[in-house]
Design a binder for this molecule. Structure first.
Ligand code: TXA
Ligand code: MG
Length: 313
């Protein structure tokens, strides 16, 4: 736990610390310190208008910063700590950096479940603003080594918690209105949300939101999770020079290299492997990355959402 104490000290001094969450690695800064938050945008090379998720140790600390409501209560009870982010109006007395919220009237809040994230939040005693710890427009890191590759010269410390269990960023919901809207799909699926809320949710991402014209959530730029190589989706066969991201047991032949997201066709396993696979195959040696079809059910919707972004040019 020595590491955690040191990381907490660095964060309180306004420095950046990358840390693991159950979803992906985060690039953390003291969310109440404008300068530290500005460092996040600088390190990522992220457009200033893209607001950050604020991480809290527990429900009570999150509640203090936002205008809480009945939907938020049900969602927090059902899914926190865990991979769900809730967008709510900022409280009048909110001490979170305005820059972290990109000047919006709302704030995206979440209580992560990863034991190292929990230990860090408890040791730091401040909420942490943390986007995924990648450079802007690149795929999210699911290993400490990924963070090191892209940001080692920008962070004071990288806490290594091994591979992230979920492997996809948190589900983001907007709970400011009469009906809860899903802004970003993730491992907490619409069905799970409906079950906790006992009512329907609206899907406000992808085609449902007419995203080709205007992204619903400021961070949901269509081309967001982008490897350098062209990405070809729903591949039934392999073309010359391509590397293949496979799914399931029936894999077409002829790829320069194959990474199988899940041989047994398990979507949870596939989600956890997705970003690391894109990184591993994003090499000039290949002409492109072909991706086999992924079923749209359950976690598949979130996987396909990320794949569509990776393929957008
Ligand atoms: O799993 C995760 O959520 C990871 C880990 C580190 O917690 N974090 C993450 O952060 O993915 P980031 O910054 O890469 O994505 C934040 C998403 C973006 O799509 C952003 O637009 C949206 O949350 N967001 C943040 N604040 C918002 C707000 N006030 N209204 C609507 N969307 C918001
Ligand atoms: Mg991100």
């Amino acid at each position: 736990m020595q590491n955690i104490e040191h990381a907490a000290t660095l964060l309180r001094e306004g420095k950046l610390v990358a840390f693991p969450t159950e979803t992906v690695y985060g690039l953390g800064a003291d969310a109440t310190n404008e300068r530290a938050v500005a460092e996040i945008y600088a390190a990522k090379g992220r457009p200033q208008f893209n607001p950050l998720i604020i991480h809290f140790a527990d429900i009570a600390s999150a509640k203090q910063r936002v205008v809480w409501n009945a939907h938020a209560e049900k969602l927090a009870r059902a899914f926190w700590p865990g991979p769900l982010t809730i967008v709510l109006p900022r409280a009048k007395t909110c001490d979170i950096s305005l820059l972290a919220g990109a000047g919006l009237e709302t704030l995206a809040v979440r209580v992560p479940a990863h034991p190292l994230a929990q230990a860090l939040l408890n040791a730091t005693h401040v909420p942490l603003a943390a986007p995924s710890a990648n450079r802007s427009g690149r795929v999210s890191p699911t290993l400490a080594a990924h963070v090191h590759e892209e940001l080692h010269d920008k962070v004071a410390m990288i806490l290594d918690g091994g591979p992230c269990e979920v492997g996809l960023e948190s589900t983001v919901v907007d709970a400011t209105g009469a009906r809860v809207k899903v802004l970003r799909p993730g491992s907490v699926t619409p069905d799970m949300l409906c079950e906790a809320l006992l009512e329907n949710v609206e899907l406000a991402y992808g085609e449902a939101a007419g995203e080709a014209d205007a992204p619903a959530s400021p961070g949901m730029l269509l081309q967001h999770y982008a490897p350098g190589l062209p990405v070809r989706l729903h591949a039934q066969e392999v073309r010359a020079g391509e590397a293949l991201i496979a799914f399931g047991a029936a894999v077409p032949a002829g790829a320069e290299r194959v990474i199988n997201l899940s041989e047994r066709g398990d979507l949870t396993e596939a989600a956890a492997n997705l970003f690391a696979s894109m990184r591993a195959l994003d090499l000039p040696a290949y002409s492109g990355i072909a991706v086999m079809p992924i079923p749209e059910e359950g976690l598949g919707a979130a996987i396909n959402d990320r794949l569509k972004r990776a393929a957008a040019k």
